[in-house]
Design a protein around this ligand. Structure first.
Ligand code: NAD
Length: 506
């Protein structure tokens, strides 16, 4: 039973302080495992966003001027605090997102990889130097921070994505404004406390809560130099177009529709086990979740579907408080209804319902937003469930006759985030990895998420802009290069004017 006193009022984190919202507008934050409202998060007005930006702008000169080693020391301390408070953070992620404890731990561990890379900022910021490029001139390049940058994150990784798109930005000398998903704001506010405790100067890290009005101000405000966005494709598309129109550097990562191709020579038991975790883990709310399994050949498909049906019937859905569960609820009741709608319509369109998760047992005793695992066979291109990203545990089997057909189908889809092939044939793997038009590719790896020191990002409408989420691209995205040509004059130097274009002949 929830009473009003159980509902916490959250705020923003501006200039080193938690401040309550002034707009009078709020969004409810749910515990998806129980369906209870646990908090209400303020939706910032334009003026509140401007106030936050102005505090960040004031903090920038001193932060930028601090030595990179000192900045890295603060990031290192932040990392230590993240590991010390890992249990609190896990509990927060589980409560507001419904993830299992193990999954939340995995998310934090992945996020830490980005922090680790950021601790290396002193090394990564080293420029290039050339001695005597001509006329005793030395040339070198430096990477300067951009200024105030914004990061906008989705609900499905309350900690990993904020860490991945902000840690390097801070380390290389920017002031960062994070707008987390209004569905999971608690974890982001907790990160603010850790930054403060780590010694980050006020104004360098800001959390501004809100929805699209808040984002619109970040997109158009002239002080914001860059936008790093992660979320759904339609919003990513809009963010890229609008941010670019206002002259900002933008990287916007969108959704995925990821395939797992199963060759006839693959071990089907192993492939099925790999599919289960990659497809249904986190209630399929991962941009890299496998949506579609593509067995090659009728015999492979028949055997695989039989194995999967048996294994799926044993999966357990439930709250994170039960250590036995394989995955938890989806994020909201609205999301649950949307996914059920996709399944209903795919059956009308001719798909075969192999496992029906629309009404799991747990829903009889809980108001949590639960869905069991659904598997649909005979899904075909053109069906809504094949074309759209379905952010919940309704997964497809698309039967294909050959590897060529699989590659052609995957390449024709508008999304290109992740993909994987299960095979024992080096030749098939080689053909697949070279011909496939997808950003992150696996061979016998179910979720080919690059580690934190490699670049992460999809192709086609899964990513807009040139940056990436993890990896060395973070340094390039959050800095601008300055190239300096330097010569020191003494009395022996000639000082005649030259009107020819500078050349390097002398
Ligand atoms: P979303 O697009 O609804 O929201 C993402 C962020 O944008 C949130 O902060 C939200 O407040 C804001 N937002 C939403 N609508 C907006 C609008 N009209 N104008 C301005 N801002 C808006 O995404 P979500 O439901 O929170 O997250 C799930 C989606 O994110 C999935 O599509 C998933 O694939 C994608 N995702 C992608 C990656 C990746 O690396 N490519 C990683 C994680 C999640």
């Amino acid at each position: 039973m929830v009473t009003n006193t159980d509902v916490k009022e959250l705020g923003h984190f501006i200039n080193g302080e938690i401040v309550l919202g002034k707009s009078g507008q709020y969004s409810n934050v749910y515990n998806p495992s129980t369906g209870a409202i646990i908090a209400r998060v303020p939706l910032a007005t334009k003026e509140e966003v401007q106030e936050a930006i102005s505090a960040a702008k004031n903090a920038f000169p001193a932060w930028r001027a601090l030595s990179v080693g000192k900045r890295a020391e603060i990031v290192l301390k932040f990392r230590q605090l993240l590991t010390e408070r890992m249990d609190t953070l896990i509990d927060m992620i589980c409560t507001e997102s419904g993830k299992t404890t193990e999954d939340a731990k995995g998310e934090i561990t992945r996020g830490l990889e980005s922090v680790d890379l950021a601790i290396n900022a002193p090394h990564l910021l080293k420029g290039e130097y050339s001695v005597n490029v001509g006329g005793n001139i030395n040339a070198y390049s430096a990477k300067d921070p951009l200024g105030v940058v914004a990061a906008i994150s989705p609900f499905n990784f309350p900690v990993m994505v904020p860490l991945a798109i902000t840690s390097m930005a801070v380390a290389v000398g920017n002031c960062v404004i994070l707008k987390p998903s209004e569905r999971v704001p608690c974890s982001a506010l907790f990160l603010s406390e850790l930054w403060k405790e780590a010694g980050l100067p006020d104004g360098v890290w800001t959390v501004i809560n809100g929805d699209k009005d808040t984002v619109n101000e970040l997109l158009s405000n002239p002080t914001i130099e860059a936008i790093s966005f992660v979320g759904s494709t339609p919003v990513a598309d809009m963010i890229y177009a609008t941010g670019s129109k206002y002259g900002k550097r933008v990287t916007a990562l969108g959704g995925g529709k990821n395939n797992m191709v199963i060759m006839p020579d693959a071990d089907l038991e192993q492939a099925a086990n790999a599919f289960l975790g990659a497809a249904y883990g986190a209630a399929s709310q991962r941009c890299m979740a496998i949506s579609t399994i593509m067995p090659v050949g009728e015999e492979t498909a028949n055997q695989l579907v039989k194995i999967l049906a048996e294994k799926i019937s044993k999966l357990k859905v439930g709250p994170y408080t039960d250590p036995e569960v394989d995955f938890g609820p989806v994020i909201t009741q609205q999301s649950k209804d949307t996914i059920i709608g996709y399944v209903d319509r795919s059956v009308e369109e001719g798909a075969t319902l192999v496992c029906d998760g629309r009404n799991p047992d747990i829903s009889k005793n809980s108001n949590g937003f639960y869905l069991g695992p659904t598997l649909l066979d005979n899904v075909k291109p053109g069906m809504e469930i094949y074309e759209q990203e379905v952010f919940g545990p309704a997964r497809n089997v698309v039967r294909v006759e050959s590897l060529d057909e699989a590659i052609a189908l995957i390449n024709a889809h508008e999304l290109g985030n992740g993909v994987t092939i299960f095979t024992n044939s080096g030749a098939a793997a080689r053909k697949f990895t070279s011909e496939i038009e997808v950003g992150m590719v696996g061979v016998n790896v179910p979720i080919p998420i690059p580690v934190g020191y490699h670049n992460f990002g999809g192709w086609k409408r899964s990513k807009f802009g040139e940056g990436h989420m993890f990896g060395p691209d973070q340094v390039r995205f959050f800095t601008k290069t300055k190239t300096i040509s330097e010569k020191w004059l003494d009395q022996n130097n000639e000082s005649a004017s030259s009107f020819a274009f500078p050349s390097n002949n002398s």
